[in-house]
Every structure is written in C-alpha cells, then in structure tokens.
Design a protein around this ligand. Sequence first.
Ligand code: ECH
Length: 321
Amino acid sequence: MTYTIESAQNIFSSTQVPSQIPAIIALFDQLSVDDRLALLWYAYTEMGKTITPAAPGAARLQFAERMLKDIQQKSNEDQMQVMRELARRADTPMSRTYGFFSVNTKLAFWYELGELMKQGLVTPVPTGYQMSPGVQIVLDAIKKLDAGQQITVLRNTVVDMGFDTTVASSSEPRAAEPMFERDAPAPTKIEIAGINEPAVSSYVTAMNADDFKSAVELFTTDGALQPPFQKPIVGREAIAKYMREEAQGLNMMPQQGISEKAPDGSKQVKVTGVVQTPWFGVNVGMNISWRFLINPEDKIFFVAIDMLASPQELLNLRPTK
Ligand code: ECH
C-alpha cells in the first residue's frame, strides 16, 4: 500500500466529532478590533476565577521585555493603539516584532500585559467602550466550552495576532525558545488499554521526557506531525524544531486506543487521552486523540493530534470499517 500525507490525514475520520473551536474563532474574527480585545479581556478574567496560567518567569520574557517596557511608557490611548495593531495584524514595527515571537513568547507577552492591566498600569478597554451584541454571543459560546478548549481558543487568538511573518522576508530570525522547566516529573509508566505498539509507547515516553531527538527518530524521514487545527509539519528536522518550540514540558497521559492492521503490515492506531500544558499544569486536562499511521517497519509515517469535542469522545473508539 502506498500512502500519502493526504490519505493519512483521513484515517479514522469517520470516528471524529467536529470541534466547536474553529467556528468560535471564525465568529471572533468577525468582531471589530476593539470588541476582540475586550472579549479576550472578559474571557480571561472570567476564566481567572477558576484557572490562571503559571507566571512565565524571566527567561521566557527576555524577547518580549523591550516591547513591554515601551508599552508601559506610552499613554493609555497609545497603549490601546499598539494592542489594536497587534489584533488587526498590522504591518508596524511592534506588530512585526510580535509576529516573530514564538508561540510561548506571544503567550508570555500577553500574560504580562494582563498582569499590568490587573494593576491598572495598562488599559484593558478604550475609554467609553461600548460592547457590541456580538461580543456577548462569542463570550457565551466560550463559557460553554471545557477548560481545555477555552485555553485553546485563547492560545489560538494570541498566535494569530501580529504581522503575519510567514509572508515577510526571513532576514529577522525567529526568536529561539527558552525552556519550560518541569516542576514535577512527567508520568513515566505508559499503559494504553487496547494498544501494544512500541512506536506509540516510545513516542509518548520520549515526549514526556522532552527527548525530541528520540521522538523524531521514531518517524520515517518523510514523516509528518499534524498539530490541532494546523497543517502537517513534514520531515524530521521541521518536526524537531516545532517540538522544541511548542512541546516542552507537556504531560501526555494516553488512556486507551484501537489498532487496525492493513494487509501490507502497516497499522492505523487511534489513541485517546489527556494532555497537560506547563502553562496550567495539573489544573487543566485537555482531552485529545492521536491518530497514527505506522509503516510495516514500525516507523511513524503520520500522527495527527486532535482536540476532542467532549470527554465522552475519549471512549469513541469505533473501528473504521
Ligand atoms: C488579555 C487582554 C487582551 C488580549 C489578550 C489577553 C491575554 C491573554 C492570555 C492568554 C493566555 C493563554 C494561555 C494558553 C495556553 C494554552 C495551551 C494549550 C496547549 C495545548 C497543547 C497541546 C499539545 C499537543 C501536542 C501533542 C503531541 O503529541 C505533539 C506535540 C503537540 C487578557 C491581556 C490576548 C494571557 C497561556 C492549549 C494540545 C499531544 C502538537 C504540541
């Protein structure tokens, strides 16, 4: 059997329940810039009643520090202006700088601004701001999501802000990613009910140890990893770079799975379980699935990571035919 990344993207697709997250982000994108910023402030303060992210620490802020200082020195109106430029992805020096930040630096930047807002040093909403009805609709939709999905919505909106540097010339190098330090060891004993696949258990063990070198060696050289709501990242080098930037400090707790063998010896494996991000630690468990396509030589050709629509979906492990 020959498989392509395109065909691999569709494995177990009949067992997938569409996530509400893209629809909510689409509604969010239709709001005005001021409404978008206000909505994020309301959603974040509302969420803060039950969960708050871990303070990012000085190392993580080194790339954002200059910009945060500049913003603090501005008038309230000018502070709002910078935030509006970020939210509408404008081509301005600050919005470009932000665009080159890694995902975690973007999150750390907003975390810090959020703290300054709580202290009254940066203004969260423009003076005289009137909320449009659309804000309430999106806010209500976000409130209905579980915590794992709520932080995904926040994360995705933060990632989308700033000038889109993928279209910019790459003369400015993307900021290197400072490490997330684990404060507690990740789970080491990996037992997945219904699954006995060395490639899968080795993958989870390596990821939980932040051993990305070993993790990528489990992939074929043309293998791909597809993060939630993203296109596949192809090739070991690109996957390793992505993992160093975005997978540090994750706790992966796969619970159960289903494996189907094809006549050529390749296997399709779907595993469901819970992942914790170092931003929220044990306080937020994200229900996810991994869909693996493993070749006859036990190498990972493709893995897609999907956010599940509900905890019930963890047990949704029907065979594909
Ligand atoms: C304020 C108002 C103005 C506007 C803004 C504000 C601040 C917002 C802030 C938001 C902070 C949000 C945070 C969100 C963190 C989310 C983290 C998530 C992580 C998910 C990771 C997953 C990993 C999956 C993977 C697996 C693999 O096997 C391979 C790798 C990988 C309020 C100021 C904006 C401060 C901190 C959702 C699912 C399992 C694909 C990585």
